[in-house]
Design a binder for this molecule. Structure first.
Ligand SMILES: Cc1cc2nc3c(=O)[nH]c(=O)nc-3n(C[C@H](O)[C@H](O)[C@H](O)COP(=O)(O)OP(=O)(O)OC[C@H]3O[C@@H](n4cnc5c(N)ncnc54)[C@H](O)[C@@H]3O)c2cc1C
Length: 292
């Protein structure tokens, strides 16, 4: 009798490259870190999950890679949810405030109601002090901040952190509740949490927070450190993510239309000018800069 091919995974997947970094702190900012605590699955579990859907499997590593790339290109996302990662992260509260918006994760945070705050504040280095962006309301400018101004900013942030922390200590010593004493502490105080998420949503987080232009530098540092670890857990999936999401580009129908005109020989500047919305026009110019 012909033996039936087993399409369901029967053993726990162990990835030597992931085992090597498990528990290791990857330094971020001045006192922060990110480390992978645990993982479940890897590239082969993505392939296994797809096998369950499609009913037959791939036989070679090159086919695994091709299948994963196909799934990523076509946004067949559920197989990527079969991979899970649990992280231990230490970051400033203002970074955690942005991070927590990624709602699909499971989180357990260090509690300043249960435990006392530690004297650990993020103080930017000279090169990390930035001017407000003039083109974006949220972002910062690439222009270098003169050293004397940057130093003033650093001194100001350091002294306000020290002052609020000593007032916190006075309140604690006077038996004021920790939950109340903490409320005057500054947003650059470090916090810690466990953050567990599946690969699909972790890549979504990385896509948003590793973008070169939009996210704040301080959260990008963490996303970049995590990306190096995700690469070890699921190298094919990460490669596909880089190719189709992170370094890929999406075009609106207006942009496709404009590109068609440029390719057919119409004057580039005239075509751009005809895009009505100023922001869309600027974004299209940005995309053209990457293409031409
Ligand atoms: C550069 C940048 C600037 C930002 N600026 C601001 C800002 O000024 N103010 C602000 O408030 N936020 C801001 N955000 C946060 C942003 O609006 C999103 O909340 C965050 O990026 C998480 O994205 P998400 O919802 O796609 O991801 P997740 O929360 O991880 O969710 C993943 C996906 O699951 C689905 N999903 C999850 N939960 C729900 C739900 N409850 N209902 C429906 N669908 C759900 C959605 O499809 C979502 O795309 C900013 C984010 C970035 C990257």
């Amino acid at each position: 009798m012909e033996e039936k091919e087993e399409i369901y995974q029967t053993k726990r997947i162990v990835i030597p490259e992931a085992e090597e970094v498990l528990g290791k702190e990857f330094k971020c900012l001045d006192h922060g870190f990110v480390r992978l605590i645990d993982y479940m699955g890897g590239d082969s579990s993505i392939v296994q999950a797809a096998r369950v859907s499609y009913g037959k499997g791939t036989k070679k590593l090159s086919e695994d890679r091709g299948l994963i790339r196909y799934l990523m290109r076509h946004k067949h996302t559920t197989p990527f949810e079969m991979v899970e990662m649990k992280w231990h992260v230490k970051m400033p509260i203002f970074v955690a405030r942005q991070w927590v918006r990624h709602r699909t994760a499971k989180i357990n945070e260090y509690s300043l109601r249960f435990s006392e705050a530690r004297d650990e504040f993020y103080i930017p280095k000279l090169g990390e002090v930035r001017f407000q962006s003039v083109t974006s309301r949220q972002g910062s400018e690439e222009i270098e901040v003169p050293q004397d101004i940057a130093q003033m900013v650093i001194d100001f942030i350091s002294s306000s952190s020290r002052t609020t922390f000593s007032m916190y200590n006075v309140m604690i010593k006077n038996k004021i509740a920790r939950e109340l004493s903490r409320i005057g502490l500054t947003l650059n105080l470090y916090t810690e949490w466990y953050w567990k998420n599946d690969l699909h949503n972790t890549l979504h987080f990385l896509g948003l927070r590793m973008d070169k232009k939009h996210p704040q530098y301080e959260i990008r540092v963490y996303a970049e450190a995590m990306a190096d670890i995700v690469k070890k857990v699921s190298p094919f999936a990460y490669e596909a993510f880089e190719d189709y999401v992170l370094n890929g580009m999406s075009l609106s129908s207006i942009e496709v239309d404009a590109l068609k005109k440029i390719i057919s020989g119409e004057n580039l500047e005239e075509v751009i000018k005809r895009i009505e919305n100023k922001r869309e026009r600027l974004e299209f110019e940005g995309k053209l800069k990457r293409l031409i």
